[in-house]
Write a new protein. Structure first.
Length: 192
């Protein structure tokens, strides 16, 4: 009887590990989105989400065929049923104060930060682009976001340290040209 008790938990652990390994090995499908217009990208993000894709990565830069573009990789599991629970917002602005305000408004509406880049848009020039997601299947918290932008690493160090002491976590950082500040380090922090 005592052997049976010790074997049962081991069997449960083995089956549980097999299920986890199987889920991690499911085939994935990717969809690449690329455009120089931020309004077009937000529409494409949400169209892909309607087909079951979710955000994976973002990068801004010049592509061979399209010139300066924001490029986003979307992913979905092949076996996953299509769920229309995710919505995306793409925030782009040349002024960091505008971006900070728009980002916090999106967070108040249930969106969460996913990624960021800097690229030259078709009409706006160099802009900070931030991707945010609202997942209707989750009970979203309403975090507080802070955006820092400076051309000096010593200033960024001081500002990150001050916000870190208040409980903010660094979510993302980019370096790039913006219309107002020139070459800047742009950091986004979050506090739940």
């Amino acid at each position: 009887m005592s052997n049976r008790r010790t074997l049962l938990p081991a069997w449960i652990v083995t089956v549980g590990m097999s299920v986890v390994a199987y889920a991690a090995d499911l085939p994935l499908e990717y969809r690449i989105l690329a455009t120089s217009r931020t309004s077009t990208m937000e529409k494409e993000l949400n169209d892909a989400a309607d087909s079951g894709y979710r955000f994976s990565r973002v990068m801004g830069g010049a592509t061979a065929a399209g010139g300066p573009e924001v490029v986003i990789a979307m992913v979905r599991e092949k076996a996953e049923a299509i769920k229309e629970t995710r919505r995306y917002k793409l925030l782009a602005a040349t002024r960091t104060s505008t971006t900070q305000r728009e980002m916090q408004q999106a967070a108040d509406d249930g969106y969460e930060y996913l990624g960021q880049t800097v690229f030259e848009t078709a009409f706006g020039g160099p802009e900070v682009v931030i991707i945010m997601e609202r997942d209707r299947s989750r009970n979203n918290v309403r975090p507080s976001y802070r955006l820092l932008a400076t051309s000096k690493t010593s200033t960024m160090q001081r500002e990150l340290t001050a916000l870190g002491e208040q409980g903010y976590r660094l979510m993302g950082m980019t370096v790039g040209k913006t219309a107002i500040g020139g070459d800047e380090i742009i950091s986004i922090l979050r506090k739940d």
